[in-house]
Design a protein around this ligand. Structure first.
Ligand code: PPE
Length: 308
């Protein structure tokens, strides 16, 4: 699917997609000084609606706070701009990428002399780990790359620079023929995928690594925890070891892009029956019913896109 739409919101105004450019000496290009979000808009029965928009706005501003970036717009202005970006491009179902970055000023590691700039782009984006993934599950491997130690990078912030780590994990996985890699944390416990959180099902109980396992505090992760508890499952945040993955009944990834993606093997070891398990299927079904508007939005996860 082509990554293309008509307009990008750039520092407060819409510019044509091709004209959304920055200088090559922008701080962000040299030092990874950006924070961002990945948000999905679903084409519900009641029209396009953005999934968990307040939660994404909150995480974006929290990431900025940690990295001392002063966003020149209020959260309300950003919320409005995101909704306008979807509407302006006539998109129904799309992925939205707000990015706050340090622009062109002075080079050198201390970033605060550079202006803080903001863009919002949106485009159509299908299944993240391949079209078959949601049904068939994916094959993954444990990465030789670890997630960052807690006192090196703030893992719970969604900063551009952190994704050099994700890129190493993902490239290694692809080179080994896997769809994705799972990284351990610095203590050897299971952390997450290069762009997804991880869940394990064992004897009907659902487990997921805690925030202290160097994970990104995923918004989909939180939704799945809420959904699972409401469906009557016990959910425990717990440190997970590598071998627990191998013997799990079910494993699945969560993420904005990945949604809820089953995992059918780890390091070539078959997980459960080697296909989407019943708990994963139940959670997926309920998730997709909510985001399609088939059942009421009982958790207020959807913000309708005003059609102008
Ligand atoms: N961990 C990481 C490292 C991560 O990047 C994501 C999202 C998650 C967990 C899940 O978080 P959430 O989306 O809030 O449920 N990864 C985003 C970027 C993917 C990309 O390739 O770019 C995403 O899914 O939008």
């Amino acid at each position: 699917m082509a990554m293309k739409a008509d307009y990008i919101w750039f520092d407060g105004a819409f510019v044509p997609w091709e004209e959304a450019k920055v200088h090559v000496l922008s701080h962000v290009l040299h030092y990874g000084s950006s924070v961002f979000e990945g948000i999905r808009c679903y084409n519900t029965k009641g029209g396009p609606a953005v999934f968990c928009l307040p939660q994404h706005i909150k995480r974006l501003y929290n990431s900025c706070k940690v990295y001392r970036m002063e966003v020149p717009y209020t959260p309300e202005e950003m919320t409005r701009a995101i909704l306008e970006t979807v509407a302006k491009n006539g998109l129904k179902e799309c992925y939205i990428r707000p990015l706050v970055f340090r622009g062109y000023g002075q080079l050198g590691v201390e970033p605060r002399t550079c202006p803080v700039q903001v863009i919002i782009a949106a485009w159509e984006w299908g299944a993240y780990l391949g079209a078959e993934a949601l049904e068939q599950g994916v094959d993954v491997g444990i990465s030789s790359w670890r997630r960052m130690a807690p006192d090196t990078f703030p893992a719970s912030t969604k900063a551009g620079g952190h994704y050099t780590n994700s890129q190493l994990i993902r490239m290694e996985a692809v080179d080994h023929g896997y769809a994705e890699g799972i990284a351990l944390d610095v203590y050897g416990y299971v952390s997450e995928g290069s762009g997804e959180n991880l869940f394990l099902v064992q004897d009907g109980v659902i487990f997921t690594p805690p925030l202290s396992a160097s994970i990104l505090g995923g918004i989909t992760r939180q939704c799945v925890i809420t959904l699972a508890r409401d469906l009557g499952y016990e959910v425990r945040e717990m440190f997970i070891s590598r071998e627990q993955l191998y013997v799990a009944d079910e494993l699945f990834f969560t993420g904005t892009a990945a949604e809820i993606t089953p995992i059918r093997s780890v390091d070539h070891i078959t997980i459960g029956q080697g296909r989407r398990g019943p708990v994963t299927a139940a959670l997926q079904a309920e998730f997709f019913k909510i985001v399609s508007g088939e059942v009421p939005d009982r958790y207020h996860w959807l913000t309708p896109v005003p059609q102008g």
